[in-house]
Write a protein that binds this ligand. Structure first.
Ligand SMILES: [Zn+2]
Length: 268
């Protein structure tokens, strides 16, 4: 599933081919994604893309009157291609640009979505999102003021988009290992040094993955990025393997129905 780093890399890759260019028209091969592609989206004509914004795992293409809001779901990807390249299986929509390129949306499992939104009535699932982990909004003071007095467990909170967006299961596991914090720790038991280390590692690990994608990806496959980052994983998916720091055996438990990997010597 594309996570925040993959979505950010996708945004960075498509930006130079899209921003400032005009969507001439759309070519729709299948409207039945997670929600049907609406007529407003299908009928877009001669609209300049003013900006591209990533918010959590959404990519927003800003046009004069509104946004095309794209979510990649489980298996969606955006490709920039020459406009004459014929569609293959699972290609659902093309935005034909005035630079002879197309933005093509491909999604084999069809859990992704493309919706149109008026500029002044953004959907609730965008408006109610928590803060961006890579922005300056996520800092020590914000954590202490908003989260620190909670008696919930740290890992589910890191993954809750109500507070901080875009930290999926793989990254939550890796961030907590790098920070030496057990996924089952109650938040208010963290000391101030642990909070600082945790915030540092949230940013460091997400940025590391983005940079890995940005420097190694030369097509637009999300799977390839995940593949690169997966070679660097310290705990995720390493049940029964030896901890790279202390040679202890990596354990796994289920938390909120998600696999949770940790080293009970390195993490307290
Ligand atoms: Zn260890």
């Amino acid at each position: 599933m594309p996570e925040l780093p993959e979505v950010e890399v996708t945004k960075r890759i498509i930006t130079p081919y899209v921003i400032g260019y005009t969507i001439l028209y759309t070519r729709v091969y299948n409207i039945n994604l997670r929600w049907p592609i609406s007529n407003e989206l299908i009928s877009i004509k001669n609209q300049v893309v003013i900006n591209i914004i990533r918010r959590a795992k959404y990519i927003l293409l800003e046009l004069k009157n509104g946004f095309i809001i794209i979510h990649l779901g489980m298996s969606g990807r955006l490709e920039i291609l020459n406009k004459n390249i014929k569609p293959k299986n699972h290609d659902h929509i093309d935005f034909v640009m005035n630079n002879n390129m197309i933005i093509r949306y491909n999604d084999s499992r069809k859990f992704g979505s493309l919706i149109w939104s008026n500029k002044y009535h953004l959907p609730k699932n965008i408006l109610n999102l928590g803060i961006e982990p890579l922005s300056n909004d996520l800092n020590y003071n914000w954590f202490c003021n908003n989260i620190y007095n909670k008696s919930s467990l740290i890992k589910p909170l890191l993954m809750s988009t109500k507070w901080i967006v875009g930290i999926g299961n793989i990254y939550a596991n890796e961030i907590l290992f790098a920070s030496g914090i057990m996924p089952t720790r109650i938040i208010k038991t963290l000391n101030h040094n642990e909070i600082k280390i945790l915030i540092y590692n949230i940013k460091k690990i997400l940025l590391y993955s983005i940079n890995l994608g940005g420097s190694t990806i030369n097509n637009f496959s999300c799977n390839r990025l995940t593949g690169m980052f997966s070679k660097k994983l310290q705990v995720y998916g390493r049940y029964n393997a030896k901890c790279n720091k202390c040679m202890n055996t990596i354990k796994v438990i289920r938390m909120n129905n998600r696999s949770t990997f940790f080293c009970d010597i390195c993490q307290k």
